[in-house]
Design a protein around this ligand. Structure first.
Ligand code: CP
Length: 297
């Protein structure tokens, strides 16, 4: 693949780059499971800078780094750092890059990761920038689809908050490379922004029932409460869709979710063969191993 220095947007990768990284992730599966040891990143330090909450992204990067023999330093809670004293993002980045070989950044402001890549000499990986992009989530989503269904000519339903979900925005760009037919299911006020549809894919707006009947993959998202400018607007759509085991009775579609969930997938779905969202969270480890190996090699 072409050498990647930073990973800011899924647009930074060609289709063959993506396929290469997914193949590399396959090589790391046993290491991610702790069945095989590798020390290829020994002596390297990863800095996790999370300005927004995270469980999966932060911990799977940490697990990936440690399973490859590397070390991790964390910014920690913002109150315990000089961010609380008013230090700018630029200064924080310029300092942290003195201590690490790679920075993973999650920030509430769209464009922050691109900005970081322009001022840092060490590689920067975007772990989510506002409602913008979440490219490593997209890679693990693609990996999950390839493992549990198929990547080419896929019929996939994107369900829920299509307006603010950065995982959806990144995923659509990648799916377009694989000739996907994309079903869109959302409350009226959370429809997909027009500019995200400006890709070479087929879009069908429909309801949940039609999506379940047609799609190979049901990709459910949480309503992104924290992105609403007005809490009242959130309350109008809260709880407006929910996937249950009964709805999936005659369906072979796999159910994915970037997690965390609130109430959009009923807990009775967890025991069905359709539910792959916890395996999807695990696949974040081999995929992030492949990314870390690439940017730090
Ligand atoms: N999917 C995802 O980004 O989860 P976290 O917010 O827990 O990292």
């Amino acid at each position: 693949m072409s050498r990647i220095r930073h990973l800011i947007s899924i647009d930074d990768l060609s289709k063959s780059d993506i396929e290469y990284l997914l193949d590399r992730a396959d090589d790391f599966l046993d290491v991610a499971r702790g069945k095989r040891r590798l020390r290829t990143l020994e002596g390297k330090i990863l800095a996790n800078l999370f300005f927004e909450p995270s469980t999966r992204t932060r911990m799977s990067f940490e697990s990936a780094m440690k399973r490859l023999g590397g070390e991790v330093i964390n910014l920690g809670t913002l109150e315990a750092t000089s961010v609380a004293k008013g230090e700018s993002l630029a200064d924080t980045l310029r300092v942290v890059e003195q201590y690490a070989d790679c920075i993973v950044l999650r920030h509430y402001r769209e464009g922050s990761a691109r900005f970081a890549s322009q001022i840092c000499d060490v590689p920067v990986i975007n772990a989510g920038d506002g409602a913008g992009q979440h490219p490593t989530q997209t890679l693990l989503d693609l990996y999950t689809i390839r493992k549990e269904a198929r990547l080419n000519n896929l019929k996939i339903a994107l369900i829920g908050d299509l307006k603010y979900s950065r995982t959806v925005h990144s995923l659509i760009k990648a799916l377009a490379l694989f000739n996907a037919e994309i079903y869109l299911v959302s409350p009226e006020t959370l429809r997909l922004p027009e500019e995200i549809m400006d890709v070479d894919a087929t879009f069908v707006e429909c309801d949940l029932k039609e999506a379940i009947e047609n799609a190979d993959v049901l990709y459910v998202t949480r309503i992104q409460r924290e992105r609403f400018p007005d809490e009242e607007e959130y309350r109008k759509v809260a709880g407006s869709y929910r996937l249950t085991a009964e709805m999936l009775e005659n369906s072979d579609a796999i159910v994915m979710h970037p997690l965390p969930r609130v109430d959009e997938i009923s807990y009775d779905v967890d025991g069905l063969k359709n539910a792959v969202y916890f395996r999807q969270a695990f696949y974040g480890v081999p995929v992030r191993m492949a990314i870390l190996s690439e940017v730090m090699s």
